[in-house]
Ligand binder design. Structure first.
Ligand SMILES: Cc1cc2nc3c(=O)[nH]c(=O)nc-3n(C[C@H](O)[C@H](O)[C@H](O)COP(=O)(O)O)c2cc1C
Length: 214
């Protein structure tokens, strides 16, 4: 066995950055916002990178990282190509799972939710704020489709750069998804793997709150 693989078995790392004793309010979006703010304040790497999982037509779940770009009372917003694999998956089945891990804070948030497109004005406003090159990229990339060569992509970039030398309109197939949580688990690492897990589960008009064993 290679020595570096032996290192994976070392189980002596202790989590001890924090605890979840008194919890965090009657609904989950506020603590999500608080944890994101703390991740940003603590300068963690890529604080707004989240994993989003959807179901493919073949029944396999697929995960990918996206950036969460807005937090609203209703949920979390990310932007993408609506014709991408994830976009098509969401149109077929809006049930998604989001996972966020902030190693420096020893925190994980796990979210089950329903995804829906945000209003077009909201996508317009965010698209408008992006750099010119990213806007051109949104036209040029047929996200998730097979690409025969890098050149094919670069040719399309040139084509759209000539077409839109200044203002770039938002493509209809590019915009935001709002994920409305139905269950959120806040996980805080503790000593001896006795972690805290606090769950918010949506019931008719409020949130049921309970703990899970670590
Ligand atoms: C740090 C990071 C941030 C990313 N942010 C986004 C994003 O905000 N939107 C997006 O569509 N893809 C983003 N991507 C690319 C996705 O992970 C993925 O490759 C792409 O969206 C295609 O996914 P799909 O084919 O499963 O639809 C990001 C990747 C990384 C590693």
């Amino acid at each position: 066995m290679n020595e570096y693989l032996e290192l994976l078995k070392n189980d002596h790392h202790q989590f001890d950055q924090g605890k979840l004793e008194d919890f965090l309010g009657v609904e989950p979006m506020e603590p999500i916002a608080l944890w994101l703010k703390e991740a940003i304040e603590k300068n963690v790497h890529e604080p707004n990178a989240i994993s989003v999982s959807t179901f493919g037509e073949d029944g396999f779940p697929i995960s990918r990282i996206v950036y969460v770009k807005d937090l609203m009372e209703a949920g979390l917003v990310f932007y993408t190509n609506y014709l991408s694999a994830k976009g098509k998956a969401i149109e077929r089945n809006p049930n998604v799972h989001i996972l966020i891990f902030w190693p420096e804070l020893e925190r994980q948030i796990s979210i089950k939710g329903h995804a829906e497109k945000v209003p077009s004005e909201m996508s317009d406003a965010y698209f408008e704020s992006r750099p010119w090159g990213s806007k051109i990229g949104a036209w040029a990339s047929h996200q998730s489709e097979t690409l025969d060569s890098r050149k094919e992509l670069e040719d399309r970039v040139h084509e759209y750069a000539e077409k839109f030398p200044d203002d770039v309109p938002r493509p209809d197939h590019w915009g935001g998804y709002l994920v409305r949580p139905v269950e959120v688990e806040f996980w805080q690492g503790r000593k001896s793997r006795l972690h805290d897990r606090i769950v918010y589960r949506k019931s008719e008009s409020s949130w049921e709150i309970f703990r899970r064993n670590p």
